[in-house]
Design a binder for this molecule. Structure first.
Ligand SMILES: [Zn+2]
Length: 264
């Protein structure tokens, strides 16, 4: 099967696999952040995409999320493991911790956030933003890799690229958020619109504003993710791809019964 991997800040390749080559895929929405790096491992193909570009040139609000997801769709990928570096709001979380997000809040604005167009209207159900079966497979992979993880957490997505104020973090905490990042939306909702299974795997890179006693720096984000790179690669390596291939979730029929028509 074809599995998509989106690498966030600090994760730019998956050297453990057999590297096949690069492929640039044209989409109706422009160019993806980078060409796919394609890997092979145990009869499966892995399409790796560096979300921010290979030189980290795209800030979170300028990533062409539609082109990225459309490119996966065109490549025939129907399951995406999406990695991200986040700030920890919940004090139980520490830098280096792995979070398999349970739900999410969208605080972004001004991004091209949907494939819906005039006359092509669909209201997807995103009650559960992440594929339950991919989440299960990732959790089992963490367990078999001997990795600790947290799976009850809510990811709140801000517009960035600035970090958050102390008051914002206090407010986000009251809203029920455990981690804060800048790239989950519209990536996860576009994947659902494209009927692709999607799971978020976050690495806590730092304590969020006011949770941290120190000034937040971009370097600590990249350094923490770099230190966690081996763990992330083990998660990818140990995923039970047979279970993923035989999943029975509804993601692949996400557009069924989502259209409102005056003829109904
Ligand atoms: Zn699914």
């Amino acid at each position: 099967m074809k599995i998509g991997i989106i690498g966030g800040s600090g994760l730019y390749s998956v050297e453990a696999f057999n590297y096949i080559g690069e492929e640039k895929i044209e989409t109706d929405y422009g160019e993806s952040s980078a060409a796919f790096k394609i890997y092979e491992y145990s009869d499966n193909r892995y399409y790796f995409l560096a979300r921010h570009g290979i030189n980290h040139e795209f800030p979170p609000h300028l990533v062409n999320y539609r082109a990225n997801i459309a490119a996966f769709k065109r490549a025939g990928v129907d399951a995406i493991l999406s990695f991200a570096a986040v700030g920890g709001i919940n004090e139980d979380l520490n830098p280096g911790d792995i979070v398999i997000s349970d739900n999410a809040i969208d605080f972004t604005s001004g991004r091209n956030h949907t494939f819906a167009t005039m006359g092509n209207i669909h209201h997807i159900d995103i009650t559960e933003p992440f594929c339950p079966e991919l989440r299960k497979a990732v959790k089992e992979s963490c367990a078999s890799s001997g990795l600790n993880f947290s799976d009850k957490d809510v990811y709140i997505c801000t517009n960035g690229p600035r970090m958050e104020t102390a008051a914002e973090i206090k407010a986000f905490k009251k809203l029920g958020a455990d981690i804060v990042g800048m790239t989950l939306f519209p990536e996860c909702s576009l994947a659902r619109e494209a009927e692709i299974c999607y799971v978020n795997i976050s690495v806590v890179a730092n304590y969020a504003a006011s949770i941290s006693r120190n000034k937040l720096t971009a370097d600590e984000v990249v350094e923490t993710v770099k230190r966690s790179e081996d763990k992330l690669k083990r998660i990818i390596l140990n995923i039970d791809t047979n279970a993923v291939e035989n999943r029975k979730c509804d993601c692949r029929n996400a557009l069924e019964n989502t259209r409102i028509s005056k003829n109904k």
